[in-house]
Write a protein that binds this ligand. Structure first.
Ligand SMILES: *[C@@H]1O[C@H](CO)[C@@H](O)[C@H](O)[C@H]1NC(C)=O
Ligand SMILES: *[C@@H]1O[C@H](CO)[C@@H](O)[C@H](O)[C@H]1NC(C)=O
Ligand SMILES: *[C@@H]1O[C@H](CO)[C@@H](O)[C@H](O)[C@H]1NC(C)=O
Ligand SMILES: *[C@@H]1O[C@H](CO)[C@@H](O)[C@H](O)[C@H]1NC(C)=O
Ligand SMILES: *[C@@H]1O[C@H](CO)[C@@H](O)[C@H](O)[C@H]1NC(C)=O
Ligand SMILES: *[C@@H]1O[C@H](CO)[C@@H](O)[C@H](O)[C@H]1NC(C)=O
Ligand SMILES: *[C@@H]1O[C@H](CO)[C@@H](O)[C@H](O)[C@H]1NC(C)=O
Ligand SMILES: *[C@@H]1O[C@H](CO)[C@@H](O)[C@H](O)[C@H]1NC(C)=O
Ligand SMILES: *[C@@H]1O[C@H](CO)[C@@H](O)[C@H](O)[C@H]1NC(C)=O
Ligand SMILES: *[C@@H]1O[C@H](CO)[C@@H](O)[C@H](O)[C@H]1NC(C)=O
Ligand SMILES: *[C@@H]1O[C@H](CO)[C@@H](O)[C@H](O)[C@H]1NC(C)=O
Ligand SMILES: *[C@@H]1O[C@H](CO)[C@@H](O)[C@H](O)[C@H]1NC(C)=O
Length: 699
């Protein structure tokens, strides 16, 4: 046999083999058929019509198409029917796609599609093309957060097989067709997710005829009128979200134990009246968010039976009694927010062993008595805010054993006595915000604590993120996105009561104002180098302002007003380049006000009511003998002060504006902008570094 003959046979064999693989595209083989040429072509055309945004670090599923193989069924994001080889699922979510789309797009040639997911992309304000009607086999359509705008076309109603429709987080309008036509035509729907779509209508009761519904998400849709009570009772409903519809009113009905409800979000809608006792029947409920809903009366005692509950936000209502205290088992609770209500009596006694709470906010109620010592069981606690209540207690040094505690707010209560020394185990290892202002604490400033508050001594600003719950991992049935709970707090900063709907991870603050602290400001305070805000005002502090405060190079706000401080203002303070707010008024300071640098930005209200202070910006002029010191003079000699520790004169080489507005751009998109509490981590907006804006005050 010659070599050439065997070669011919070999090529024939190859030919047969490839024929076989083609034939196997028929029904008599288990080998998966290859993708159809026309669909492959349509996919590539679709790819060509779009740009991949290279500025994101997100992996784009289309980037390796073709390179992977010529069989489109193997490409990323594509699924073919095992028997026919037709493309039945296209998932290009989160693929950094950018570009416009219209009905001539080759996408609409993929008529066998059952699932189409284009969420988390940027379709450049395109309208949803009417060509979508060609995809009549669609069961799942997800265009959420993908930059579509304009009217939702009535052609969408022709997709009668739809089980899941998600158009949320786009500037879309659902007017004609409206919600009623959706309910009438798309009767197989299990998931209806239209949050932030402009609907501006009432909620048609016919929606409750869709007995398959598991998820209704209509947050921030401009809904009004009476919410159909029957919707709560849909037999398969797991997740109901109608928050941020301020003109929506309703009533929470009775529930029985067959309800599968897991998530209930009503925030901002108007539901006057009580929560029914039968809510205790919601055995699967893990998230209850009824902030600002005009609820009143007591929390039903049956809540003790909500053992799955992880997230409970009853804030800003008129609840008056918490029967949470003979607790059943709220062991799984991570977030407890009862602030801005009318609660009386003792604080809830639910902090049993194994407590998983990450945040407890009882702010602005009428809670009385001692701080519950059982809080020490909550070893995951990160944020505790009991401000504006009637707690009568001494300073809770015992909270110092909580290893994760970052924010402690006890302002405007009746905390009294000396703070004293911490015990060895009470180290507050992660504490970065403490506010015990407007209480009745006396004695010296707690300099032993200033020594051990390590998290205030150095910080890592490389993580430009917000404080968020670590332990909490709320799955959300409305979409698969991982949600994070962003902590919030209220603090007086720069003389203004400020609601922080997000707290930067490296924000550090001490507010001890409005007490009876006496004695001198400890030099050691200069060690807390990460401080952004220091408020010691309205106490009876005496002695000098320690020049060591100038080592607090991150300080944005310093308030020492209304004390009995004496001596000159240390010239070193002019080096605090971030300082936007300074209040030294109502003391007994003397001598010339330092001139130059940051001090050029302060007005006379920073200094007034110090009889012996002189120089700009005050009108009182200094005598010749006391020329205002400027940063070039030898201030150490002039102040006659010795520094007990080495000064880190690291002047931030950024100049001196009148303080900073630091805009930190984080790789996160705030989804529920109204509360700002949930974020979704997207790869769309990656950290682009720190953007620093400042205002110039000097003309
Ligand atoms: C998008 O994809 C990136 C990885 O490419 C991932 O880190 C990110 O979490 C994804 N975003 C969402 C919302 O799924
Ligand atoms: C985005 O839309 C604008 C306005 O319609 C258009 O000018 C631009 O070409 C579009 N960009 C892309 C990539 O399609
Ligand atoms: C649809 O988009 C393509 C490009 O993607 C464009 O060439 C065509 O003119 C558009 N058609 C209409 C009707 O706008
Ligand atoms: C919706 O359900 C109600 C009550 O079950 C029924 O009377 C009504 O006919 C239904 N409407 C439609 C359009 O199916
Ligand atoms: C529970 O309530 C639903 C809706 O109200 C009702 O259909 C169902 O029959 C009730 N189940 C029981 C066991 O009462
Ligand atoms: C709260 O409900 C009462 C009726 O119970 C009503 O008069 C009041 O207007 C409601 N408040 C808001 C803010 O909707
Ligand atoms: C909790 O549920 C059990 C069983 O259904 C019931 O007997 C008990 O009364 C409920 N507890 C409260 C406080 O409602
Ligand atoms: C806490 O939640 C988990 C997960 O949902 C559940 O398995 C567990 O039973 C819950 N714990 C209690 C005490 O109910
Ligand atoms: C922790 O919880 C247990 C059980 O509820 C309680 O007996 C104990 O007193 C709590 N611990 C503290 C320190 O309060
Ligand atoms: C679409 O993709 C997103 C992001 O990957 C995912 O969370 C979502 O569940 C998908 N939607 C559907 C309907 O599968
Ligand atoms: C201010 O200091 C002077 C001298 O040290 C003292 O006589 C005076 O009483 C002080 N005034 C106040 C209001 O503390
Ligand atoms: C591309 O991605 C960057 C970074 O996430 C983003 O800022 C920009 O807006 C995106 N461009 C478009 C056109 O989507």
């Amino acid at each position: 046999m010659s070599l050439s003959l065997s070669f011919v046979m070999f090529t024939q064999f190859l030919f047969l083999l490839s024929l076989l693989s083609l034939v196997s595209a028929g029904s008599f083989s288990s080998v998966q058929p290859l993708c159809h040429d026309d669909e492959s072509f349509a996919l590539l055309q679709f790819k060509e019509s779009l740009i991949v945004n290279q500025s994101t670090s997100t992996y784009s599923k289309i980037s390796l198409w073709m390179a992977q193989s010529s069989d489109c069924c193997t490409w990323d994001g594509i699924q073919c029917d095992e028997n026919t080889g037709h493309v039945i699922s296209l998932d290009l979510s989160n693929s950094s796609l950018y570009g416009s789309i219209n009905s001539s797009s080759s996408l609409f040639q993929l008529v066998h599609l059952q699932k189409l997911n284009l969420s988390i992309n940027n379709f450049n304000h395109s309208e949803i093309p009417v060509g979508v009607r060609w995809l009549s086999k669609l069961t799942h359509l997800d265009l959420s957060y993908s930059g579509f705008s304009g009217k939702i076309p009535s052609e969408i109603l022709q997709l009668s097989k739809l089980v899941s429709l998600n158009l949320a987080l786009n500037p879309l309008k659902l007017h004609k067709p409206d919600l009623r036509s959706i309910a009438e035509k798309l009767t197989n729907l299990e998931e209806l997710i239209l949050s932030e779509v402009d609907i501006s209508s009432t909620v048609p009761s016919i929606l409750a005829n869709l007995s398959s519904l598991t998820t209704i998400s209509l947050g921030d849709c401009g809904l009004h009128g009476e919410f159909p009570t029957r919707l709560f009772q849909l037999p398969n409903l797991k997740s109901l979200n109608v928050r941020f519809n301020p003109k929506l009113t309703g009533r929470v009905p009775e529930f029985n134990r067959s309800s599968p409800l897991e998530v209930l979000r009503l925030t901002g809608a108007n539901f006057p009246g009580k929560l029914p006792d039968s809510m205790g029947n919601l055995q699967s409920l893990y998230e209850l968010d009824v902030k600002s809903c005009n609820f009143s009366g007591p929390i039903p005692s049956s809540f003790a039976n909500l053992t799955k509950l992880m997230y409970l936000d009853l804030s800003a209502n008129i609840f008056n009694r918490g029967t949470l205290s003979w607790v059943g088992d709220l062991r799984n609770l991570s977030i407890l927010n009862l602030q801005y209500n009318n609660f009386h009596g003792r604080t809830p006694q639910i902090f049993m062993e194994g407590c998983k709470l990450g945040m407890i906010t009882l702010r602005q109620n009428h809670f009385e008595g001692l701080l519950p010592r059982s809080l020490a069981n909550c070893t995951m606690l990160e944020v505790l805010d009991i401000g504006n209540n009637h707690i009568i207690d001494i300073f809770p040094s015992w909270l110092g054993i909580l290893p994760e505690l970052r924010v402690l707010i006890l302002q405007s209560n009746r905390i009294h006595g000396f703070i004293g020394k911490p015990e060895t185990i009470q180290r507050f290892p992660k504490l970065q915000v403490i506010d015990v202002s407007n209480n009745n604490i006396s004695g010296k400033l707690p300099f032993e604590y200033f020594q051990i508050w390590k998290a205030m001594q150095s910080f890592d600003a490389s993580h430009l993120t917000y404080m968020q719950a670590n332990g909490l991992n709320l799955k959300t049935s409305s979409n698969g996105w991982l949600m994070a709970y962003i902590y919030s707090m209220t603090l007086t900063n720069k003389g203004i009561k400020t609601k922080y709907s997000r707290i930067q991870d490296f924000f550090v603050a001490i507010d001890l104002s409005g007490n009876n602290f006496e004695g001198e400001i400890p030099i050691i305070l200069g060690n807390l180098k990460a401080l952004h805000m220091l408020n010691l005002s309205n106490n009876v502090l005496t002695g000098f302002i320690p020049p060591s405060l100038a080592t607090l190079t991150n300080l944005e706000s310093l308030d020492l007003s209304q004390n009995m401080l004496v001596g000159e203002i240390p010239l070193q303070l002019t080096e605090l380049t971030f300082l936007a707010f300074l209040n030294l008024s109502h003391n007994n300071l003397t001598g010339p006000i330092p001139q130059g640098k940051q001090f050029l930005t302060f007005q006379n209200n920073s200094f007034y009511a110090n009889v012996e202070l002189c120089g700009s910006p005050l009108s009182k002029r200094c005598a010749n003998s006391e020329d205002p010191p400027t940063p070039t003079s030898n201030f150490e000699a002039k102040q006659g002060l010795e520094f007990p520790f080495e000064f880190g004169w690291k002047v931030v080489a950024m100049g001196y504006g009148c303080g900073f507005v630091v805009g930190v751009f984080v790789g996160q998109v705030i989804i529920t902008r109204k509360s700002g509490w949930f974020i979704k981590s997207f790869a769309i907006g990656r950290p682009t570094g720190r953007r620093v804006k400042w205002r110039r005050c000097q003309k």
